[in-house]
Design a protein around this ligand. Structure first.
Ligand SMILES: NC(=O)N[C@@H](CC(=O)O)C(=O)O
Ligand SMILES: [Zn+2]
Ligand SMILES: [Zn+2]
Length: 420
């Protein structure tokens, strides 16, 4: 099976042909190769998402490993890291291997398993970190995402535990003790106006500050999930300048959407951390541009209508994002000139692959490398229609919006996993 991507533009702007055979880039695809006309298309290395909720096992009505992989491929992703807050929680080697096997059965993207830090996400007792790492799933990233790991001693132990295998602890940085009663949006003018409890920015930055100090004390790797505040960015910038081993991600929705979405109390826009005000949106965009925030991660969080159709305070937090992630990054970062294609390749492929210790993802588009590639049409725009999603859920915050619609085709290990 060979393919020739003819006349494609690389992230650095050079125009070339890319030949694929047996899953890798080769010098010559041979005479029988399928030729793809890539005139006007940019090739990016397959995107890597370090933060995806796939909901299997437990809520297969909202997403499965298969449907989530489909959404990933459609969004240009060749790898997704599956968060541990399933039911049951991914907190043992056996459960980690189960998710891994489901990923291989779906065979539409590399499904990388994230293990829980604490048993059952209870925040009290460490899960089997070492056994998950030594399992077939080779778990290197651990997170209690959905919950903030509040216990500093447990955080310290987790950081120490993953150090021998250069693992990473990914924290959902929201200090629950600093949340207002029923906190479900940004604390500020908006929470007062809507009469909703708020999350102050310091609830995020105070935990990040604690955790980077623990990362420094242990010499271990910390990853900060979904940074949403200027204050959080400031702490990360300080920590990096000090040489602390911290990486951070921002979601597409925190790059594009703000508190203005909440005035209709539409629970699609309820998410943790909450959508913020313009000053914070500007801060995370600037931080992604200058590398203080290392990566874009979707936090794709599918929910059923029955879990969203409630008063704002009671609805489940989270929104989907795999299919429109690149669209939003183009809209907020590429079109305004804040990231070029090489920058997009870095923030959405090379760097997330490094954070998750993936050997065959985030590689250069070069002979001998695995043929993980997404073909991007930079000019195309469309109106997002949530009913057209291949995700099982419809909590799509971009529904009805005109956005770039870039993904023409995705190839994982040389095999086409999506085409328009
Ligand atoms: N982001 C969310 O609001 N929800 C996520 C959990 C999380 O990422 O914290 C979910 O699992 O639904
Ligand atoms: Zn989270
Ligand atoms: Zn999440």
């Amino acid at each position: 099976m060979s393919t020739l991507l003819q006349g494609v533009t690389l992230p650095d702007g050079t125009r070339t042909d890319l030949a694929i055979s047996d899953g890798v880039f080769v010098d010559d695809a041979g005479s029988g190769a399928e030729v793809v006309d890539c005139d006007g298309l940019v090739a990016l290395p397959g995107l890597v998402d370090v933060h995806t909720h796939l909901r299997e096992p437990g809520r297969e009505d909202t997403e499965t490993v298969l449907t989530g992989s489909r959404a990933a491929a459609r969004g240009g992703f060749t790898a997704v890291c599956a968060m541990a807050n399933t039911n049951p929680v991914t907190d043992t080697a056996e459960k980690a291997e189960h998710i891994l096997d489901l990923g291989w059965q779906a065979a539409l993207a590399e499904v990388v398993v994230i293990g829980a830090i604490s048993k059952g996400l209870n925040g009290a007792e460490l899960a089997e970190l070492g056994l998950m790492n030594r399992s077939r799933a080779r778990v290197t990233m651990f997170s209690d995402d959905g919950h903030c790991l509040m216990n500093a001693q447990l955080m310290r132990r987790a950081l120490e535990w993953v150090k021998p295998f250069d693992g990473v602890i990914a924290q959902h940085s929201q200090d629950s003790n600093l949340a207002g009663p029923g906190a479900c949006c940004h604390e500020g003018e908006i929470s007062g106006r809507l009469g909703l409890g708020g999350w102050p920015p310091v609830a995020e930055s105070a935990i990040i500050a604690r955790d980077v100090q623990l990362a420094e004390a242990t010499g271990s790797r910390l990853h900060v999930c979904h940074v949403s505040t200027a204050e959080g960015v400031d702490v990360i910038r300080w920590a990096k300048a000090r040489g602390i081993r911290v990486t951070a991600e921002v979601t597409p929705h925190h790059l594009l959407l703000g508190t203005a979405e909440l005035t209709s109390y539409d629970t699609t826009f309820k998410v943790n951390p909450p959508l913020r005000t313009d000053e914070h949106i500007e801060a995370v965009r600037a931080a992604l541009a200058d590398g203080t925030i290392d990566a874009v991660a979707t936090d794709h969080a599918p929910h059923a209508a029955q879990d969203k159709d409630h008063a704002f305070v009671d609805a489940r937090p989270g929104m989907i994002g795999l299919e429109q992630a690149l669209s939003v990054v183009i809209e907020t970062m590429v079109r305004p000139g804040r990231l070029d294609w090489a920058g997009v390749a870095d923030r959405m492929s090379h760097t997330p692959a490094r954070i998750a210790s993936l050997q065959t993802q985030g590689r250069p588009l070069a002979v001998g490398e695995p043929a993980n590639v997404v073909l991007v049409n930079p000019a195309r725009t469309a109106v997002v229609d949530k009913t057209q999603s291949v995700s099982l859920s419809r909590n799509n915050p971009y529904d009805g919006r005109t956005l770039p619609d870039p993904v023409e085709a995705t190839f994982w290990k040389g095999r086409r996993t999506h085409s328009r």
